[in-house]
Design a binder for this molecule. Sequence first.
Ligand SMILES: [Zn+2]
Length: 285
Amino acid sequence: MESLNYYLQQARQLHTALGHFNFATADVLRGIVEAAKDAGAPAVMVGTSEGEADFIGLKEAAALARALREEYGFPVFLNADHFKSFDKCKEAINAGYDSIIIDASKLPNKENITLTKQVVDYCRSVNPDISIEGELGYLRGSSEVQAKIEISPTDYSKPEEVADFVSRTGVDRMAIVFGNIHGIVTDQEEKLDIEHFSKIIAVEPRPYYILHGASGLSDDDVRAAIKEGITNVHFNTELRVAYKEGIHQVFHDKPGETTPYKYLAPAVEEVKKVVAKKIHLFMEK
Ligand SMILES: [Zn+2]
C-alpha cells in the first residue's frame, strides 16, 4: 500500500482532496469506508479524537481499520485527530495508527514547536511513512451544533509563523485557521477567507494544507479552498447529526425495536449518504 503522503501528493497535483471522517463505533467506520470506496475516492482518512479513541479503544480502532483495508482492498488511513500530548500520540502510533495530528495550538508558539518536533522525531523513528500534522492558529468551536462562535482574523494562522513552524518541526501537514471553526453554527454564516489562505500557501508551499471544521461550510467555500490548495478536508459534526437523526427516525417509526443491527443500519445509511456527497465534492475538477 502507498503511504498517506503519496495520496496527498496526488491530490495536490490533481487539485482534489482526500476526505477525513471521524468515527467512534465500528458500524460508522465501515459505512465511511464503503461509501468512500463506492464514490470512487482513491483513499480515505478515518479519524478518532481522543474522546472517540477512549470510547472505541486505540488498539481496536487500529485493528478495525486494518481489517477493512484488507476486506475492501482499499487504502484506509487511521488518524489520531487532535491528540494533545506526546504520550497520547505515542500510544496511538504504538497501537498502529497511520497518522497523527499533534494539536498543541493552544500552547505558546515555542512550546507548540517543541512538542510537535518531539512527536515528529518519534514517528520518524518508528516508520517514515507515518504522516504528521501540526496545528497553528486558534481553531474555535467543538464538533457539535452550536448557536454562535466569535471568529476573529486575529485567530488566523499567520503566514510567516506557519513557515517558521514547518521549518522547525518538519511536519508533513498543517492544520490552519482562515475562517473555519469546529462544528456547526446555527445563528451565523461560516465563511472561509480564501485570500488569507492564498497568502499562507504563497509564503510556505511545502506542507499539505488541511481544512478542519468543514461541517457547516458551503460547498462553494470547500470547492474554492481545494482549488487554492487544500488537500484534505475534515468532516465530523455532519456525520454525527446524520447518525443521530437516523437512529431517532427508527425509534420514532418503531419504538419497540430492540435489535441493534436493525436500528443502527438505517443510521449508517444516512452517514454513508453524507460521506458520498462530500467525496463527490472533493473529486470535482
Ligand atoms: Zn479538527
